[in-house]
Design a protein around this ligand. Structure first.
Ligand code: PRP
Ligand code: URA
Length: 206
């Protein structure tokens, strides 16, 4: 599936500019990441499959709408936690699973250290990670999640590098990827350029 990007979304782009600015203090960085996640959730949720239901208003029976499948939000630790709040705000009924993967600084390969999710069979899984650089962490996480046979998976990133997008689009053509911005390239240490630096460190002030 071709990546859906929001590179023309005016408000998202102003907020991404704030994230990029090295002078943005971590309190504002964290708040802005939360705001971005809320906006992205509103955009992506327009595509959710729904089914008909009925509801009793104080006056009469009315036609209504409900989500077809349960949603499981899966942030990739740590930086993915920065996207969780906004998504939970709009979809409070979603369950949450966690996958711990960190990138080795030298080899840039993902190192897996934690997995705990609710049942994924027939659910719709939304993987949250603000940074898609080489794509190694996301590729690995998608492989793990697919072992549990979800109905479908969406992968939500804020900044994506073209190299990483190509990698994950090729390895997981059944996964719908979203990116709020697509940057120029990776540097020789695997950082996204122009990027925003280390998303986890900036979100958690660590
Ligand atoms: C960052 C980011 C992604 C990964 C992206 O996590 O949150 O998970 O790097 O890089 P990749 O596409 O090249 O795999 P990091 O490894 O820094 O861990 P952290 O979130 O705990 O800081
Ligand atoms: N992870 C980050 O936090 N930033 C990058 O630029 C690449 C990977």
């Amino acid at each position: 599936m071709k990546t859906i990007d929001y590179t023309k979304h005016a408000l998202l782009q102003t907020k991404i500019t704030l994230l990029r600015d090295k002078k943005t203090p971590y309190t504002l960085f964290a708040r802005t990441m939360n705001e971005i996640s809320t906006i992205m959730c509103a955009l992506i949720s327009a595509e959710l499959a729904v089914q008909k239901t009925t509801v009793l208003t104080p006056l009469m029976k009315a036609a209504g709408t409900k989500l077809k499948r349960p949603i499981v939000l899966v942030p990739i630790l740590r930086a993915g936690l920065g996207l969780l709040e906004g998504f939970r705000q709009l979809i409070p009924e979603a369950s949450v699973g966690h996958v711990g993967v960190e990138r080795d600084h030298v080899s840039l390969r993902p190192r897996f250290y934690y997995y705990k999710t609710p049942a994924l069979k027939d659910a719709e899984v939304w993987v949250l990670d603000p940074m898609l650089a080489t794509g190694g962490s996301l590729d690995f996480t998608l492989g793990k999640l697919k072992e549990h046979k979800p109905a479908m998976i969406r992968a939500i990133s804020v900044l994506a590098a073209p190299e990483g997008l190509r990698h994950v689009e090729k390895a997981h053509s059944d996964v719908q990827i979203y990116a709020a911005a697509i940057d120029n390239k990776l540097n020789n240490k695997g950082y996204i350029l122009p990027g925003l630096g280390d998303a986890g460190d900036r979100y958690f002030n660590s």
